[in-house]
Design a protein around this ligand. Structure first.
Ligand code: FE2
Length: 344
């Protein structure tokens, strides 16, 4: 068996490969590591068979949708998962077989309603149900401390004590633990009685995870993160550096048009010399009259250098094949002490 742990911040994902059949599965892949799983798979000559999310993650971006689409591999989740891209939905006790790997799903609601633990040979992948020295929180959408108590004490902790525990997170660089170690020393598991456990979970008062709403939105819907949207747009758009634009502004032979996409007030307060004002919200409505020549060279700019990328991509899509975006926004231009003109 090939076994590799991938860490992104405190998030853990696992790639398991069967050497005899070259089949592999990935558990809880993280979006920023998508290329690393693919690299590992090809380096070891493995064919990915399943992409498993142990639950709907609220604190990081899952790579299952993207990898599943790219590699034509089913995304596996519990049947209660809201994700439309979860093509293979499991019930408690279902088993996946990939070559000699046999992975049994254990439904362990509590952290989320759709939480799964995955039992394979000598180990269990506990997602956020059981962490080393902790448990998943129960105060996020679909979490329930009563359910978590039942999942832990009624299911997970009943496995043999020597079972290896591979959690969905670890913030202290620990690799794994065992069921016996957790029963003995995990502070959250010392409250074995349900009412006391529930009261403890309810009193934790934890801060909301970073990216909570964006992670839930994208992981539940299969939609894109804002960063993904921008990077996809950026891959089809050339940029012009601020130095380049500044030196070209000084040329007499001005063969390009700068489009300022900000709102009127911002434009009037200070814009790049001779920039044309065309707010992003009106771009498609006014493009035919404002930019009648599709062969003109266009440099888009906005306050922070993000919307300008989307606008340049839209212009290219509309047939303005020389549209480019300023690398950076007017905020950075201003900060660098470069010239701006006021109007209005
Ligand atoms: Fe989670």
């Amino acid at each position: 068996m090939l076994f590799e742990t991938f860490a992104a911040g405190g998030c853990r994902s696992y790639l398991i490969g069967c050497e005899s059949s070259c089949a592999a599965v990935v558990i809880d892949p993280e979006l920023s590591l998508a290329h690393r799983y693919r690299g590992y798979l090809s380096k070891h000559g493995l064919t990915l068979r399943y992409l498993i999310d142990t639950h709907t993650h609220a604190d990081h971006f899952s790579a299952t949708r993207q990898l599943g689409k790219a590699l034509d591999v089913p995304v596996v989740m519990h049947r209660l998962s809201p994700a439309p891209h979860a093509g293979l939905r499991l019930d408690d006790g279902d088993m996946l077989i990939a070559g000699r790997l046999k992975i049994k799903a254990m439904h362990t609601p509590g952290h989320t309603r759709d939480s799964l633990c995955l039992v394979m040979e000598d180990r269990i992948f506990t997602g956020d149900t059981l962490l080393i020295g902790g448990t998943g929180r129960t105060d996020l959408p679909t979490g329930d401390p009563h359910d978590l108590h039942e999942s832990l004490f009624g299911k997970v902790l009943k496995l043999p004590g020597e079972t290896l525990v591979y959690p969905g997170h670890d913030y202290k660089g620990r690799d794994h633990s065992t069921i016996a170690d957790e029963i003995a020393s995990n502070p959250r598991l010392q409250k074995t009685e349900r009412t006391a456990f529930v009261a403890m979970m309810r009193s934790l008062d934890l801060a909301a995870p970073t990216h909570l709403t964006e992670a839930l939105r994208t992981n539940m819907s299969g939609g894109k993160t804002v960063a993904q949207l921008l990077s996809e747009a950026a891959s089809g758009v050339p940029f012009m550096s601020m130095d380049e634009l500044e030196s070209r502004l000084g040329d007499n032979s001005r063969d390009f048009v700068v489009i300022d996409l900000r709102e009127k007030d911002a434009y009037e307060a200070g814009h790049i010399s001779s920039a044309k004002h065309l707010p992003r919200g009106q771009l498609e409505l006014r493009v035919n009259t404002e930019l009648p020549d599709p062969t003109v060279r266009i440099i888009t700019c906005c306050e922070f250098g993000k919307i300008s990328i989307l606008a340049a991509a839209t212009l290219r899509e509309l047939g303005y094949m020389r549209a480019a975006a300023l690398d950076g926004g007017i905020a950075a231009w201003r900060e660098a002490g470069r010239a701006l003109e006021a109007s209005g």
